[in-house]
Ligand binder design. Structure first.
Ligand SMILES: NC(=O)c1ccc[n+]([C@@H]2O[C@H](COP(=O)([O-])OP(=O)(O)OC[C@H]3O[C@@H](n4cnc5c(N)ncnc54)[C@H](OP(=O)(O)O)[C@@H]3O)[C@@H](O)[C@H]2O)c1
Length: 314
């Protein structure tokens, strides 16, 4: 079966989305040819009465345990750095990216997932209190000892990603070769801050896209690619997207979607996955219909004319 260029986001599994529904989505995803899962040790502390995360990894772990042989078919990604150390303490009191936090973080994730290695391990958010050299060494050690297949970084400014990569290169150890930021076809106004989103550098910028395009070893993953459903539920569109570029892009998006008999969401996903560089979307879905729509979107190919029109709208 062909592998799909899409990651299933499992952020709400075990909190907003009950276990039964979460497992049904996991089954449906793999049955359709999906292989990549995204989680984090902190998912989803804000949705749990405990004030701590781990529910998403635990559900994946129990689901895997019931499906012998499934682990080998999957690409599992998880993250460290954003779990609160005290209930209610986020963002001031969180695990961060010290060597000790990374070593403890991966052990907790492996245990909850019930696996002996993960394929991708992300630094979830910046920790400017941690020494960058220490962070880079601790992550690199996990690749050296085989606990982690690849390293990635979320929500960091590009200068920090580049600096960390140079440190790893100088030390002869594995460094970050993937970035994960928020990205979609519609773009927020520059410098607009979305309240409730703590990551100052959480948006994938044109600079970052160029960085990925210019470095063969880099891979970009986009979170919140469907703007939390705002393409089909306009009341969810954040004020940061209220600018003339959105009006123009939505008009072209609608034209292309109508011509293809597809939905806005599907054209957005096809635009992300089929561009240069290809951007791998992490889709969050709450039901089978949404999942099927997303999978059909990533399987779609835009022709050059459609892509050129979509790209030109700004
Ligand atoms: N690295 C990071 O800092 C970071 C941050 C955020 C997310 N992530 C990752 O990215 C994943 C996705 O993020 P997200 O949940 O914020 O983004 P999203 O995929 O943009 O939005 C998911 C929500 O959109 C709605 N939706 C999806 N498909 C739809 C459809 N066809 N029609 C109508 N509504 C639809 C659903 O809302 P309803 O449930 O209301 O229907 C769904 O829960 C997460 O699970 C996580 O793995 C990473």
């Amino acid at each position: 079966m062909e592998k799909l260029n899409v990651v299933l986001g499992t952020m709400h599994f075990g909190t907003k989305l009950p276990e039964r529904e979460s497992r049904e989505l996991l089954d449906r995803f793999v049955d359709a040819g999906g292989t990549m899962l995204d989680t984090a040790d902190c998912y989803a502390f804000w949705g749990s009465h405990t004030g701590f995360g781990g529910q998403s990894e635990e559900i994946i772990g129990r689901w895997l345990a019931d499906r012998p042989g499934m682990r080998e078919r999957l690409y599992i990604s998880t993250k460290v750095g954003a779990e609160p150390t005290v209930a209610g303490g986020f963002p001031e009191r969180k695990q961060g990216l010290s060597a000790a936090a990374i070593r403890q973080g991966i052990q907790g994730s492996l245990k909850r997932l019930g696996v002996d290695r993960v394929d991708m391990y992300w630094a979830h958010m910046e920790d400017r209190t941690a020494d960058l050299q220490e962070t880079v060494s601790a992550f690199g050690d996990l690749v050296t000892d085989g606990t982690v297949g690849r390293l990635g970084v979320c929500n960091h400014p590009l200068w920090m990603v580049e600096r960390a990569r140079r440190i790893a290169e100088a030390d002869g150890i594995a460094g970050y070769t993937a970035i994960q930021h928020s990205y979609s076809y519609l773009l927020p106004r520059p410098l607009a801050r979305i309240e409730g989103k703590v990551h100052r550098f959480g948006n994938l910028t044109d600079d970052m896209v160029d960085y990925v395009q210019s470095n063969d070893d880099m891979w970009a993953w986009a979170y919140t690619p469907l703007l939390e459903g705002a393409y089909s539920k306009p009341e969810r569109m954040h004020e940061a997207y209220d600018h003339p570029g959105t009006t123009r892009r939505l008009a072209v998006l609608d034209e292309v979607a109508t011509e293809l008999g597809a939905t806005r969401n599907q054209v957005v996903l096809a635009w992300l996955t089929g561009g240069e560089p290809t951007i791998t979307p992490i889709v969050g879905v709450s039901g089978a219909e949404q999942l099927d729509e997303a999978l059909a979107g990533v399987a779609m190919e835009l022709n050059q004319e459609h892509r050129a029109r979509l790209d030109a709208a700004s």
